[in-house]
Design a protein around this ligand. Structure first.
Ligand code: PEP
Length: 245
């Protein structure tokens, strides 16, 4: 089983804090790298510097859907590639719901990353009202098939199931609901793309306790973690609990 623990820094960390995090997690990673892959999704300005540490895999948290040209302020996939960025988060609910990114934009970003052979953490997840209305499966299906239109490089793909209502709330999903969503997502990939070894993470208020349940009670491949991963000591505890579960 291939395991991943990915830290999503969001709009946090000074440069000094970023270096401290990398040094702490980097030395921990030397002990555990055979058991789990660690990814840090960092702000653009730190990607180049942090990639040069060469230990934890550095991802961006976003990328432009345009390839190049007169698009003031945009950061493109080829720019990220040129500073040794390994991959990028796409479709995070904060991009979808705060910045209004739709499936079409998300698909363009994914295809652009594919063209440059960069990895993708593709986030999907339903909002609370969608869950209450019984639309979870419909939402997940549409996000997957629309986001992955014309996509072929499944070796580059990591999917993160992140129910929107669980992100940053301190309340993760219940395990039976996670198992239900996991089975459904894996079936979509099998039925539509003939993929039966999808790398699938859970995200949404993962902490040092919930990470044990993910490992013990589901067949998910790990987690995408926000706030609980920002303090190096806290993330090290999560790594230890996951490995020892
Ligand atoms: C996230 O933003 O991807 C996330 C899972 O955040 P948190 O762990 O803070 O809920």
């Amino acid at each position: 089983m291939k395991y991943i623990l990915a830290s999503n820094w969001k709009a946090n960390f000074t440069f000094e804090e970023a270096k401290i995090w990398f040094e702490s997690i980097g030395s921990k990673y030397n002990e555990v790298r055979n058991e789990v892959r660690i990814i840090a999704a960092v702000p653009y300005v730190y990607v180049h510097y942090l990639s040069s540490y060469g230990i934890v895999d550095v991802f961006a948290q976003n990328v432009s859907h345009v390839k190049q040209g007169a698009f003031t302020g945009e950061v493109t996939v080829s720019m990220l590639k040129s500073v040794n960025c390994k991959g990028c988060i796409v479709g995070h609910s904060e991009r979808r719901h705060i910045f209004g990114e739709n499936d079409d934009i998300i698909n363009k970003k994914i295809l652009s990353l594919q063209e440059n052979s960069m990895e993708i953490i593709f986030c999907i997840g339903e909002k609370l009202e969608e869950r209450k209305e019984g639309k979870t499966k419909e939402v997940l299906f549409n996000q997957i098939v629309n986001g992955l239109k014309d996509f072929e490089r499944f070796d580059l793909l990591i999917v993160a199931y992140e129910p929107v209502w669980a992100i940053g709330t301190g309340v993760p999903i219940e395990i039976p609901d996670l198992i239900d969503a996991e089975n459904f997502i894996r079936k979509i990939f099998k039925d539509n793309f003939n993929i039966d070894n999808l790398t699938l993470l859970y995200g949404g208020s993962v902490d040092k306790e919930f990470v044990k349940k993910i490992k013990q009670e589901t067949t998910m491949n790990g987690a995408l973690i926000g706030s609980a991963s920002w303090k190096p000591d806290g993330f090290i505890q999560i790594i230890d609990n996951f490995i020892n579960a």
